[in-house]
Design a protein around this ligand. Sequence first.
Ligand SMILES: Cc1ncc(COP(=O)(O)O)c(C=O)c1O
Length: 375
Amino acid sequence: MDWTVWRDEFPVFGRRRYLNTCSLGALSRRVRAAQERFLDEWEEAGATAWYSTWMGALDGLRARFARVIGADKEEVGLAPSVSVALSSIASSLDYRARPRVVLSEMDFPTVAYQWAVKPGVERVLVPTADGIAVPPEAYEAAIDDRTAAVTTSHVFFTSGAVQDIARIARAARRHGALSIIDAYQATGQLPTDVHAADVDVLISGGLKWLLGGTGIALVYVRKDRIPQLKPSITGWFGNRHQFGFDPKAFEFWEDARRFELGTTSNAAVYACSAGIDIVLEIGVEALRKRTTELVNDLVDRVTDAGFEIRTPREPASRAGIVMIRMRDPASAVHALAERGILVDYRHDRLRASPYFYNTPEDNAALVDGLRPFRP
Ligand SMILES: Cc1ncc(COP(=O)(O)O)c(C=O)c1O
């Protein structure tokens, strides 16, 4: 694979070293062109584009996401954010006999907040000993027969640690609890087969490794779980008689569209579809291989330069996120931005997230720019 061809697809690389995909994937020419196409259709066809094109585009996006995670299209629904998708799933559960929800201290806050505000829900936050990972046994010990759901990340956003979602799903199933995986930091960069992993629900979105920008998320629900889940928040997109426009006639879709609520953001649907097309064209296996090489290279360089890494040591246990411990990561991020190197920070860590379009030269420039911040 000639990766430099892909670099040209992302014009930012003509001006900057962009190493921040885990906050926001870089903008490609294809995604920009897809936005133009959406605007042209809006201008020319107006509302008739819903029937001629846009309903089909929604289906196209469901199908693309299904391919990335090894699902069937009927198991995928659309949402404007992970928070909304999770709200729909959370509203389907009965917490009276099962008030507990198990998650971890390291999950993205939107996951924790979802359960924090739910009356009658008792959160069990599985702790991390090292601030990097949570052992799978800790989930197994925390899940019991009063657990409604286990909801945790495929990849942790502040360490890049990869979790064994199949094992967590198995533990949930043993106790009759629903497994819900927040895969935002995984989808696109980590090979995922939801059927093989046997997770009940997997939620992800366009923003990061799918290269699709803001305002779009996707929810997978395993086929046999769909009829059991009846959200208590909904909208006309969740109704199989959507275009009957009859306030008296509500019936859930039989497929995962039942988790959808209102009118989609079609600019976001177009952007996400174009982003996923790049992921599918390269292939997730190839993306994983490339990202692993870049991450290994960056970890070596950063360690040789005297910094402490807050990311798993074992390459198979980490994804495209490298966390570098610092006293003042915000200052380092700003200093790097002045040199045209774009990264981010969380807590006491600078966060660099190489993806296929990055190069060892980007890594070298980053580490060079970090020299004044050596501990
Ligand atoms: C793991 C993870 N989950 C969820 C989110 C965001 O969710 P939402 O789409 O609700 O903003 C992020 C980052 O933005 C994330 O890193």
